[in-house]
Design a protein around this ligand. Sequence first.
Ligand SMILES: N[C@@H](Cc1ccccc1)C(=O)O
Length: 503
Amino acid sequence: MKLPASQVAVIEAASADEAQTIDQLASATGEKPETVTGAAFDLEADGLVSIEEEVKESVELTEEGQAYLDDGLPEVRLYEAALELGAADEPVSMGQAIGASGLDGAAVDIALSNYARKGYGVIDSGEITADPAADPAADAEAAALAAIETQQTDAIDAETLDQLDHRGLVDRSERTVRSVRLTDDGVTALMEGVEAAETVDRLTPELLTSGEWAEVEFTEYNVEADAPEYGGGKEHILRQTANRVKDVLVGMGFQEMGGPHVDADFWINDCLFMPQDHPARTHWDRFAMDNPREIDELPADLVERVERAHREGVGEHGDGYHSPWDEDFARALALRGHTTSLSTRYLSGEQVGELEPPQRFFSVEKVYRNDTLDPTHLLEFFQIEGWVMAEDLSVRDLMGTFEEFYAQFGITDIEFKPHYNPYTEPSFELFGTHPETGELIEIGNSGIFREEMLEPLGVECDVMAWGLALERLLMLIYGFEDIRDVHGTLCDLELLRETEVMY
Ligand SMILES: N[C@@H](Cc1ccccc1)C(=O)O
């Protein structure tokens, strides 16, 4: 029987008595594991070998797990230090015990949260005891770390392994181990004799130039063979979603706005009838620029109208803030905290000239806020800004626009909550239900721009507007629970590689 060379190598190395793993066959034949797998599948298709599959779990120490294996688990180090200080007889100060243990930073919290759980002693009002009966040498987690290093994982009980996993000390993964055994037909074929057929598994420039390609026999592709995984580059899920949002809005008749990431407070806040003493305008919330500190150019007549609206209000019964208004303050440059700065630039005529209703504009751009990092907040995020300028707009138009927009992403249960913005009346926050946790999460803010904002900008009809968070939309579409998994230095590459794009 004639077979391709790799199949001959595998059939000759395989045995009828004892199944051999792909790795064993690879070292016996000197072929690559993926070549052996391919050959084995082909032989199986011809009935010459049988393949058994077994899913094996492999466990490896993480960096933290390795560190604890080398230096001892933090709770054990704390126990030993406490014991040394006499905490077996009477409670000692926790500060002292921690100092003596040499633990610092996060390791202290880790020691404390595992100490009592594992029966090393009691921690109460700043004091610690050490149970003399506790035995660190019998610590199941410590023993398991050592066993994992030497790959003797069979003896570790499931609960201990789960605990180590929960503590982030081990990485567990599953892989399919295939074993190959000769069938009766395989044995017969071997006895009758197999020899290597000349087959070619890749087309080379030499084969092409010599013309030999026309004569040779090519090996068949085996699409079921295991192959190494290559994590090729792909467009980030957040960028994909941003582009989808742009397509949807363009489809709804909107035009895209663009403008500076660093802008004058005038465009970011003053034009929005945001009083200069508003808490969002303090240095706590904004990222101010040092160099340059101020914008050079502001349209003088607009500055005057905006200042007047702040001081005196607008219209017959209007009333201003009666708070200080200072042009220097309005000139200060900062990273924009919302893209509503683009809306003020466009509505004022500054960016593309005077606009006649009806108009629809949007942007999907980054904004920057000095928030505390948590699962739903980053220092920067993408805002889906938008506005519609027309005669006689109502809240129905606003809500209808959102329903239409979110429905394009399969989200049909958005909820509205009355809200307050200095620049809109009425105002609404938008909420959506997280598909995994069932929690209502805030997804945006919106409203109808007030007279005090529109009049100085020279807009005489109605404008409804909004700022929606792209990352929150992503959470609703894909069920992400922590935006730090999606972007930033802590992002989960595996998740990003494996998330299927939904349309
Ligand atoms: N600027 C608001 C969003 C918004 C824009 C326009 C009108 C109303 C609200 C925010 O960042 O939350």
